[in-house]
Design a protein around this ligand. Structure first.
Ligand SMILES: [Zn+2]
Length: 266
């Protein structure tokens, strides 16, 4: 049963076309109306919060171009999540079937120009980007990997970006967007939650088995990281990052200093 009837005025663009059937952006001659706005509008007017939907259903309702394959659809959904839509897949909600998604929360009404613009203009200035990365020591605050590292799961080079801490909808003014405290350094994988879509990256029982090797102190530290969703760099990590950037002779001097300090001789 549809969540709202299709003759609800709000479900139609100024020319009377349903938003999700629109091909040209209103007010333009030939600018293509985006796939994310169409997908968002269809979900908004045809699904209740809590309902599930499948790729097959989207293709039937919106045409095959909206979800050519799972990868294509995942990209669309990722963009919606950035606009505050809550759309878990099986990776984050084990009660869903592999081809099933749940509409957990309706986000921004991005088929409307004004709403879409709020999210579009959201990219931070180059100055902010640089300051945030400097402040975080050019490391992802979520996984702790740095610009020179590679991902342990596949050896790919880490790419850093910055992400917002406060949900985007609450950051409407330019001033709020430029507030350093609203941003943190994230690697592209943590930022896009692509990890969610890598098939079977980890199994619960194996992760739990690995925990047995941790000391009580380490377990406490891990508990804090996971609760916070962030991996802070310890003082030792930070000192290592800085020492690594010294010249070789200076690094040797640091080694001598530390060796003395821990009581190594000669
Ligand atoms: Zn990361």
């Amino acid at each position: 049963m549809p969540a709202e009837t299709s003759d609800n005025d709000e479900s139609r663009a100024p020319d009377g076309t349903l938003w999700w059937e629109l091909s040209i952006q209103p007010g333009t001659k030939a600018k293509r109306f985006g796939q994310e706005p169409r997908l968002a509008a269809w979900l908004w007017f045809n699904k209740h919060v809590g309902d599930t939907f499948t790729m097959r259903e989207l293709r039937a309702a919106l045409g095959p171009d909206i979800a050519q394959d799972a990868e294509h659809l995942n990209r669309r959904l990722r963009e919606l999540r950035k606009c505050d839509w809550g759309i878990p897949s099986q990776r984050s909600d084990g009660t869903l079937a592999p081809d099933e998604y749940r509409l957990q929360e309706k986000g921004a009404q991005i088929w409307l120009d004004g709403e879409r613009a709020k999210y579009k203009k959201f990219s931070p200035s180059a100055r902010i980007r640089r300051l945030v990365m400097d402040q975080d020591g050019s490391r992802c605050r979520i996984c702790g990997l740095g610009a020179d590292d590679t991902y342990p799961e596949d050896g790919a080079r880490v790419r850093l970006t910055i992400g917002h801490l406060v949900p985007q909808e609450r950051l409407k003014s330019r001033g709020a967007r430029d507030d350093l405290n609203n941003w943190r350094t994230e690697c592209s994988r943590c930022n896009e939650t692509v990890r969610d879509e890598i098939p079977d990256p980890e199994q619960l029982d194996e992760v739990l088995a690995g925990l047995k090797r941790l000391t009580g102190k380490e377990a406490g530290e891990l508990l804090n990281w996971i609760r916070k969703g962030e991996r802070p760099r310890s003082r030792v990590d930070q000192a290592y990052d800085r020492a690594r950037q010294l010249s070789e002779p200076d690094r040797e001097a640091v080694i001598d200093h530390l060796a003395k300090r821990v009581g190594e001789t000669g």
